[in-house]
Design a protein around this ligand. Structure first.
Ligand SMILES: C[S@@+](CC[C@H](N)C(=O)[O-])C[C@H]1O[C@@H](n2cnc3c(N)ncnc32)[C@H](O)[C@@H]1O
Length: 302
């Protein structure tokens, strides 16, 4: 089996936001290689790790076995976090969104245009593959999806070419995208298929839907004083997190300068930082993936 190596993003910042310690129970909803979980366990917390990918769970279990009963791994979708916790309220929830490096780098998982493999892209074992999604969706819906989730200006010709080609492998899909985009318009810094592959991956795995479900469960999942920290890599995800956190925080409508709030419009959460936290230079130098990472955190008012 290939070694499971994933460079953890914004580790210190996420751990600081969650304020772990002895007696605290923290859910790592995107266990992956267990990098964040390990740091939380080292600070004395009990960690419940969730991942929909059985390969990630196996790797994290092996890495974290030394922490004994303080670490527990559960297979599932973090969108179902409330059900996975069976009503237990916790002190922290961490989400480090997206895919892990081993998922991207394993050709057979079908995420990569760099290495040929079946056009799969599922993080877990269930649901529709990317090849099946392309076959099922009408061309206009496929184009909308590539435009919305991939921010791809050539979404319409790409959807037309994908429907025509019915790709079964990642190489066939990447070639179809390449044919659809005029050569002079190919992006310089990224592969011509990057945006389309991102959109297909997000759709196959229902990534925005899972995030929305986890965000709406926050008030019930966290104890008073509990914290949520979410690292996103996509502007749509970051917007969803920002908007939901704002909603939870509520908005005071008192005139500025009033010594105490009199409107009572305050929510039951408070932000832990005004702006999203991003990676510093040393991390960016060693991990280019950190470039688009945005960490936002909130606390449920004790
Ligand atoms: C970026 S990696 C996490 C890496 C981890 N924080 C570390 O430092 O090793 C994201 C992980 O979350 C998992 N994942 C993504 N969406 C998920 C979802 N909706 N439910 C459960 N797991 C999910 C992926 O399978 C992947 O293993």
């Amino acid at each position: 089996m290939m070694a499971f190596v994933h460079q953890t993003v914004l580790k210190d910042e996420a751990v600081a936001a969650l304020a772990p310690g002895a007696g605290k129970v923290i859910v790592d909803g995107t266990l992956g290689g267990g990098g964040h979980s390990e740091a939380l366990l080292r600070r004395g917390a009990r960690v419940i790790g969730i991942d929909r990918d059985p390969a990630a769970l196996a790797a994290a279990r092996a890495r974290l076995v030394a922490h004994g009963e303080r670490f527990e791994a559960r297979v599932g979708n973090f969108g179902d976090v409330e059900r996975l916790l069976a009503g237990e309220a916790v002190d922290g929830l961490l989400l480090d969104l997206g895919v892990s490096s081993p998922q991207l780098d394993t050709a057979a998982r079908g995420f990569s245009f760099q290495q040929d493999g079946p056009l799969d892209m599922r993080m877990g074992a269930d649901g529709e593959t990317a090849a099946e999604l392309i076959r099922r969706l009408p061309e206009s819906e496929l184009a909308d999806l590539v435009y919305r989730l991939g921010d791809e200006p050539f979404s319409r010709p790409i959807a037309r070419e994908l429907k025509r080609a019915q790709p079964a492998t990642t190489a066939e899909a990447a070639e179809a995208v390449g044919r659809a985009v005029p050569r002079a318009k190919w992006p310089r810094r990224i592969h011509v298929a990057t945006r389309t592959f991102q959109a297909l991956r997000m759709a196959v795995n229902g990534e925005l839907e899972a995030l929305a479900a986890a965000l709406s469960a926050l008030p019930r999942v966290l104890k008073p004083g509990g914290r949520a920290a979410i690292i996103s890599f996509h502007s749509l995800e970051d917007r969803l997190v920002k908007e939901r956190f704002r909603e939870l925080e509520g908005r005071c409508t008192c005139p500025p300068g009033l010594p105490v709030c009199g409107c009572g419009q305050r929510g039951s959460f408070r932000p832990l930082s005004r702006k999203a936290v991003t990676a510093g230079e040393p991390e960016l130098e060693s991990n280019p993936r950190a470039r688009s990472a945005h960490l936002r955190a909130v606390e449920k008012v004790p």
